[in-house]
Design a protein around this ligand. Structure first.
Ligand code: PEP
Ligand code: MN
Length: 338
């Protein structure tokens, strides 16, 4: 962090400021005297410094951050990719992990049937929402605890690990018991109390990007979880809000190589929520793999026309078979397996 002082600041004032910065934030303050201005370079862990508070000092012209505010998620301090296992599935390695299943769990039969089909097509984990964060309170809210039971039975039937979204910290105990990866949805990416709770547990987290959040904000949310001691996190780009209305969201493909550069955490893409259109899932999934995604989260429903949520963007199991088939050569072209 660099503190630029106003022209004419006295040497006594510079010394006083350096002393305050060093004692208040446990960093080293190095003043550099130029012909007209003075700057103070701060080195050490500057993550706890409130730049706005420093800028309030009468002699400060401006404060510039030169280091990223996230440390644990930062690739600079952890150059190797984070790779971990969920059950038998490796996340973040050479093989692209595909999570597939319905938006909402609707019944035991539906969940089990879809899980069987996506497994056969090559998916390594299944998804299904039991607690659904819906825009309308009148829309289907999910089967809740019963939905988690259906997921568990589908896991017994197929062996696929379960990914399901948590919406409330009070459900954490239940999720610890039932699911293999806890998903934090876009709407809760900055639910900081939830993130803090998830930092305390030993369960992988799939953290989706909020639709109005920057890449840095996504990384800061991962940092919340990691600062609590949980470092098994998958980041997921799922489309952001832009002025474009022809798709449900705009898939920010550039976030994938950007995240891969900034962080060591695995990066997934959800082409289903990104587009909101079933026929667009395949081209976006291919593009995601081509730009370096480590995994995909895709909605698949046995009967999309009658789905209780997100039918318009859900693939049929047959369409998912075709997608996986055509995705394999794309993965091969970028040195990955599927
Ligand atoms: C979901 O995956 O079911 C979901 C609601 O996604 P998002 O949080 O990205 O909207
Ligand atoms: Mn959905």
């Amino acid at each position: 962090m660099i503190v630029v002082l106003k022209a004419g600041t006295s040497r006594e004032k510079v010394a006083e400021l350096c002393g305050w910065l060093q004692s208040a934030f446990a960093v080293t303050a190095n003043p550099i005297f130029g012909s007209e201005t003075v700057v103070i370079g701060l080195v050490g862990d500057t993550s706890a410094i409130d730049a706005d508070a420093v800028a309030l000092d009468d002699s400060v012209e401006k404060v510039m951050k030169v280091a990223e505010p996230y440390k644990r998620a930062n690739r600079k301090f952890h150059p190797d990719d984070t790779v971990f296992r969920v059950g038998g599935v490796e996340i973040g390695g050479n093989r692209i992990a595909v999570v597939a299943g319905p938006c909402s769990v609707e019944s035991e039969e539906q969940m089990g049937g879809v899980a069987e089909r996506v497994k056969k097509a090559g998916a390594q984990m299944m998804r299904g929402g039991a607690f659904k964060p819906r825009t309308s309170p009148y829309a289907f809210q999910g089967l809740r605890a019963e939905g988690l039971q259906c997921l568990r039975r589908a896991r017994e039937r197929t062996g696929l690990p379960i990914v399901s979204e948590i919406t409330n910290p009070s459900h954490l105990e239940m999720f610890m018991e039932y699911v293999d990866v806890i998903q934090v949805g876009a709407r809760n990416m900055q639910n900081f109390e939830l993130l803090k709770e998830l930092g305390r547990v030993r369960k992988p987290i799939l953290l989706k990007r909020g639709f109005s959040n920057t890449v840095e904000e996504l990384l800061m949310s991962a940092e919340y979880i990691m600062s609590g001691g949980n470092d098994r996190i998958v980041l997921c780009e799922r489309g952001i809000r832009t002025f474009e209305t022809s798709t449900r969201n705009t898939l920010d493909l550039s976030a994938v190589p950007m995240l891969k550069r900034l962080t060591h955490l695995p990066v997934f893409v959800d082409p289903s929520h990104a587009s909101g259109i079933a026929w667009m899932v395949e081209p976006l999934a291919k593009a995601a793999v081509a730009v370096g995604a480590d995994g995909l989260e895709i909605e698949v429903h046995n009967d999309p026309k009658h789905a209780l949520s997100d039918g318009q963007q859900s693939l049929t199991p047959d369409a998912f078979d075709g997608l996986m088939e055509r995705l394999r050569p794309v993965a091969g072209a970028v040195g990955r397996t599927l």
